[in-house]
Design a protein around this ligand. Structure first.
Ligand code: AMP
Length: 539
């Protein structure tokens, strides 16, 4: 067979040729834009020519600090399209982490959204390698700024060459993108995606038994483009000619609901926090969501109650998926097999609340204290992964040695596997609670609490205990108006029939909010500190 290198630029070239009329609908700060792939293609070519003039060469890192919109999408293709590297930076990280990441990646140019400019003004003197800053604004005038040199994206594009060619000498193993992920301790860790990984992962997103992305889809990625490339959907959707709806800066659940109705969104993707917010909005407003064929939920465990609410109350198919920055990210998705259609409704929900089976193309192994675990749904072990879109190191980082050993990525996620091969994430290795030498899954208890009608969200952490070493404590946020309706004992009574006695939390603390990470996950490290402070207010 021919040896044809897989390249990210070729995905957009395909859309330009075969889907030039299909649209990208994009909300920016001030304007709702509608551009077709013909226009996106030409603008991307202009951008490549301009970056070339600005001195960007093969292998250079192109940083972005931006929300989900069409300009960000153009950089998704322009950077790898000219052989340089798309580096999406999480705008919700601390300024110190952002400085570290930009310097560590040695970004040469930064593309910034207008509302991120103040952050960059605050830190730009610490940025050692950046030679140019570009603001992605709709306004004719550039904002006043202390940063130099500062360019306007649209002004640059207006002088670019719309016929500029995508690089034709791409090695499929060369870097196309990179993304840093927060670590439990220490600085964020960088993951580099090759052209090959992104293209093969895009194929995987198109399979009927995964996300089944296709030309007829209207895809709205709510997961940020700075979080594992919006789970790779912009690459796949462009390639397949799907319509894309980019919800833009500082979107609200209301905007999401309106966009679903107005643009007849068929598929959308995000973390559970987003879907909890949307659910509230759907319950308050009267929206037509009948176009939705799939809501993809991942990034943290989707509570059973959330899945049921979407499916039973709103008739919206809801799919639980699992992955990580190191895995591009799709690893598993939860769908019933044909012969599981005979299960009872409750059994089906139980099955689909697990993280699902491995997508074709990857390999997995689950390793416990004494080797690989039995597929019996009970034995716990760490999930190890291998495959063409799984990273094999962190970028210039000594922590690679621990996470990537013997040819496998050690995920740090503790799982069980049932007879069907369905995995269930029980916990992060670091968040499991060890009580009297036995493991308690914090995730299982928190999901059970979140099924209580009065509960908005819940997280369970360990506190030190003299007798048992560690014991679980539940931290609960109640729905508005329910603040006085539920007490500690009600939660414990609710859990009693579902768990062995020794799993029941020793205490239930009520919070106004659970601290969350920059990508919307429970920040257990911070929560443990808050719990400790409650027990010893004097410090
Ligand atoms: P990130 O690199 O920020 O995407 O985080 C990846 C981690 O998120 C994984 O290693 C898991 O611990 C967690 N995660 C992702 N998807 C799920 C899921 N569906 N259920 C439970 N945990 C998840």
């Amino acid at each position: 067979m021919m040896q044809v290198p897989l390249s990210v630029g070729s995905l957009l070239e395909h859309a330009e040729k075969f889907f030039p009329k299909k649209e990208v609908i994009s909300q920016t700060h001030d304007v709702l834009h509608r551009l077709n792939y013909g226009e996106i293609g030409q603008r991307t070519r202009r951008l490549m020519s301009i970056m070339n003039e600005l001195g960007i060469r093969k292998g250079d890192r192109i940083g972005t600090l931006a929300w989900n919109h069409h300009r960000h999408l153009e950089i998704y293709f322009a950077a790898p399209g000219m052989g340089s590297v798309l580096h999406t930076i999480n705008i919700r990280l601390s300024p110190e982490d952002i400085i570290y990441i930009i310097n560590h990646a040695k970004d040469k140019i930064l593309f910034i959204d207008e509302d991120i400019l103040p952050l960059i003004e605050h830190i730009h003197t610490h940025l050692k390698t950046v030679e140019a800053f570009v603001v992605m604004t709709d306004k004719a005038e550039l904002p006043d700024s202390t940063i130099q040199p500062l360019y306007s994206y649209e002004e640059l594009l207006s002088t670019g060459d719309p016929t500029y060619e995508f690089a034709n000498d791409i090695d499929e193993n060369q870097p196309a993108g990179m993304c840093y992920t927060s670590a439990t301790t220490g600085k964020p860790k960088g993951v580099v995606y090759s052209h090959r990984a992104i293209v093969l992962h895009s194929f995987a997103l198109g399979l009927a038994d995964t996300a089944g992305l296709s030309e007829s889809d209207v895809s709205m990625p709510v997961v940020p483009q700075f979080h594992v490339n919006a789970w790779g959907t912009p690459f796949a959707c462009t390639w397949f000619g799907s319509t894309q709806v980019m919800p833009g800066p500082r979107f609200t659940p209301k905007r999401l609901a309106e966009f679903i109705e107005r643009f007849k969104v068929t598929i959308t993707a995000g973390v559970p926090t987003i879907w909890l917010g949307l659910l509230r909005e759907l319950e308050q407003g009267n929206y037509d969501t009948s176009s939705l064929r799939a809501v993809l939920c991942g990034g943290s465990a989707a509570p059973l109650g959330l899945i049921k609410a979407f499916e039973e109350k709103h008739n919206i198919p809801f799919y639980h998926a699992y992955g990580a920055t190191e895995t591009t990210p799709l690893v598993t998705i939860s769908r019933l097999k044909s012969y599981q259609q005979d299960l009872t409704l409750e059994e089906k929900f139980q099955e689909r609340s697990r993280q699902g089976i491995l997508v074709p193309g990857l390999q997995m192994k689950v390793v416990g204290d004494s080797g690989e675990v039995e597929w019996n749904g009970k034995e716990m072990g760490e999930l190890l992964l291998k495959g063409p879109w799984i990273a094999d190191e962190y970028y210039k980082d000594a922590r690679s040695d621990d996470a990537f050993k013997d040819g496998w990525f050690h995920t740090g996620d503790v799982v069980t596997v049932d007879e069907e091969g369905t995995i269930k994430i029980v916990d992060r290795t670091k968040d499991l609670i060890k009580s009297g030498g036995e493991w308690i899954s914090s995730v299982e208890i928190e999901n059970a609490i979140m099924a209580h009608n009065a509960v908005f969200e819940a997280s369970v952490v360990a506190i030190a205990d003299e007798k048992w070493q560690e014991r679980p404590v539940a931290c609960v946020v109640l729905h508005e108006g329910q603040e006085n309706a539920v007490k500690k004992d009600d939660i414990i009574e609710f859990l009693k029939p579902q768990f062995p006695k020794w799993w029941l939390p020793d205490d239930v603390l009520f919070f106004e909010e659970i601290p969350k990470s920059s990508v919307g996950k429970f920040l257990k490290r911070e929560l443990r500190e808050q719990v400790k402070a409650r027990y010893s207010p004097q410090g």
